[in-house]
Design a protein around this ligand. Structure first.
Ligand code: PLP
Length: 396
């Protein structure tokens, strides 16, 4: 007899983004050219001054465990960045804890505020990891579908209707992965008020906060009257092109942050010391290379919005932030997974099937802008050809 594995792992589905990634990797070995638009990480290399800071730290012997909450110098830099860029005040000593990426911040936040059997509300389409993380905390993820005819804008009534005594937290991701929507502040405030009334937390995933194109970056905790109910997740990954460095942080009220830091002692203990030194350089060093990356994303976004408008049979909610567009293929024949697979095998363009982002994402494809402008252009040429050839039935 083979010992059984836990319900926790059985409940964790393999992401369809990952499936497409694996399929593309396999097919690429045949030497064929694929336009990779499924990936969720910046295509830029980490700016040189950050790499140099980490190298220097290694040479100087900063190769030991750090405090569980992270280096104080880093927390001070985070505190200044939160204040200057997002208007969010957080004490470095007690209201910020450094984590191994935004992922660990989310995971620890859920472990800290959700008891087994409680519910975590997730407006969908959503980045699928929240659903898995809720399972890992033995909580129940509750999908709250947003309305595609409203471009997946945050509908506070739907979220509030789903709230109840069992609600431990609501996750709000703005700018959103996968839709690129930036949620309306008034809608957010209604959700925060309802969370307060239900003794629940709002977990604000703001890892894409600096990548907004039509309005300045903001932060939920900075704008609400109830910041004590908001746990904010940030990360170096997307803003500074540092996905592999694994540095993020959670900020919020001391009573939560101190417990997160406490349980961290038994998980990863501390984030890589070298990565933390890199993160200090990212936050305190020259911001021009970072702004240049944001501008590149903004240009690509412009191009993609125009291109979608030009192609008959293609539409998407306006991407206001992050680096994705969520193509509406509800009129096309086949599931989003089947469409994504055919686009890959028949046309050589790789997108992430919307069904992987919760049930509300079915009928959509996530296209990432984390690729060169000319590759994005080639990707849209291939999608256009599939439409012209009626590969998925007559559309447009
Ligand atoms: C919405 C969202 N939140 C959080 C993360 C976590 O990123 P990291 O752990 O690299 O900081 C990601 C990464 O893809 C994401 O898309």
């Amino acid at each position: 007899m083979v010992p059984a594995l836990t319900e926790r792992v059985r409940a964790s589905e393999r992401s369809s983004i990952r499936q497409m990634f694996d399929l593309a990797e396999r097919e690429e070995r045949t030497g064929r050219d694929f336009v990779r638009l499924e990936v969720g990480e910046p295509d830029f290399d980490t700016p040189t001054h950050i790499i140099e800071a980490a190298t220097e730290a290694a040479r100087a012997g900063h190769t030991h465990y750090t405090p569980n909450a992270g280096l104080l110098e880093l927390r001070e830099a985070i505190s200044r960045t939160l204040s200057e860029e997002y208007g969010l005040e957080a004490e470095p000593e007690s209201e910020i804890t450094v984590t191994s990426g935004g992922m660990e911040a989310l995971h620890l936040a859920m472990l800290t505020v959700a008891d087994p059997g409680s519910e975590i509300l997730v407006p969908t389409p959503t980045w699928p990891n929240y659903l898995t993380q809720a399972h890992l905390a033995d909580a129940t993820p509750v999908e709250v579908p947003l309305d595609p005819s409203e471009g997946f804008a945050l509908d506070p009534d739907r979220v509030i209707d789903a709230m109840g005594e069992a609600t431990a937290a609501v996750v709000l991701c703005t700018p959103s992965n996968p839709t690129g929507r930036v949620y309306d502040p008034a809608a957010i405030e209604r959700v925060v008020e309802a969370a307060v009334a239900n003794d629940a937390y709002v977990i604000a995933d703001e890892v894409y906060a600096r990548l907004t194109y039509d309005r300045p970056p903001t932060s939920i905790a900075a704008r609400t009257d109830a910041p004590g109910h908001v746990l904010t997740v940030h990360s170096c990954s997307k803003t500074y092109a540092m996905t592999g460095w694994r540095v993020g942080w959670l900020s919020g009220p001391e009573r939560v942050i101190s417990e997160v830091t406490n349980i961290r002692e038994s998980t990863t203990a501390s984030t890589s010391s070298l990565s933390q030194h890199g993160a200090i350089a990212a936050l305190t060093g020259p911001q021009e290379p970072i702004e240049a990356m944001r501008e590149a994303f903004a240009e690509r976004r412009e191009y993609v919005v125009d291109r979608i408008e030009e192609i008959d049979g293609l539409s998407a909610p306006q991407p206001e932030g992050a680096f994705y567009t969520f193509l509406d293929v509800r009129e096309w024949e086949g599931t989003s997974l089947a469409i994504a697979e055919s686009l890959l095998t028949e046309y050589g363009v790789v997108c992430a099937p919307g069904g992987g982002f919760g049930a509300a994402g079915e009928g959509f494809l996530r296209v990432s802008l984390a690729n060169d402008r000319d590759r994005i252009e080639a990707g849209f040429d291939r999608i256009e050809r599939a439409i012209d050839e009626e590969a998925f039935g007559p559309v447009g």
